[in-house]
Design a binder for this molecule. Sequence first.
Ligand code: ZN
Length: 359
Amino acid sequence: MSTHPFRTFPELDAASADPHAASKLRKLRRAGEQVREKILSEGTAEAVATCPLITLPYPTAFAFSGAARSPAPYIMMTNRMTVVQFRHEGALKTLLFNPTDYERGVHGPFYWNLRQKYGAFLSEKVLSHRHGTVQSHLAQLGLRPDDVDYIAFDHLHLQDVRGWLGGEGATAYFPRAKLLVMRREWELVKDLHPMQYPWFVPHGTDGVPEDRVVLLDESIWLGPGVAILSTPGHTQGNMSLAVNTDRGLFVVSENAVATECFTPLSSGIPGIKAAADHLGAEVILNGNTRENSLDQYSSMVLEKTVAGPSKIDPSFVNFFPSSELTASIYAPGLSPTFSHGEISQGTVRRGSAHAPRAA
Ligand SMILES: [Zn+2]
């Protein structure tokens, strides 16, 4: 396994180490404020682009942990990749956050069973909508496979990384890219508990060369304006991208399916505000797995603290769901009250190694 050359956030590690849930939450909130200040102090990322990949159904009961009042069994949500460029020791680096290989991901048992239930046509042509592949988005941005230095996922649900990194039955699409992944996530995916099993692609990491994997034990600061934060709960090795832009500091993960889940009192989705009021809950969890709900709640408080308020509407925070609730005729009443749309910063370009030389 490879090691990483990046700075860390000692205040976050100290807070995370507290074994008592309530005091850990208080410490994470304070640490989150410090992390936010640190990231803001170094300016913005070099470039950011968000790329929609696929819109697909997802159980309403999971999406809002049962809080939304709707007869619709499924919401629709759009999974997106975020392309981030940052400077590390002077060199331009490219990270793909959530480059979902959805053609391979279809073998995850939860969606495979849905496909069996509704049939391939209904589930793939009517209920889901493909916007573009990782490959097509990168081509549009002018990037080639060897421009990609790192790939990372907020968690490994429905991910099959063999097509990107090489592994059993696959050759690597990206010749150089390394996977940044929490050690806990990498270890759990190798030996799943029955409650984890439905969400992971069988053999999705089998045979990936060890030198393509960077195991993380903590949050890391990749470069000015870009960090990966350890945010366990949804899965044990869950993590979030923090990226500073001219529109503010954004945090990206799948801990919630809509930005309003971080400020539920501002939500117009029937049931969300009432549930938050009733429970005194500050956040509404995306709750399909609940590997550790107390940690997920605390991780979401950390995320909203680091993200801070939206510059467009401060009653919402700069949380950018990696799979975002999307309005659909199949899910009446379940449309986002507020959406960031897309994030765009600077101009994505080929890395320093490929820059044309001056004559
Ligand atoms: Zn998930």
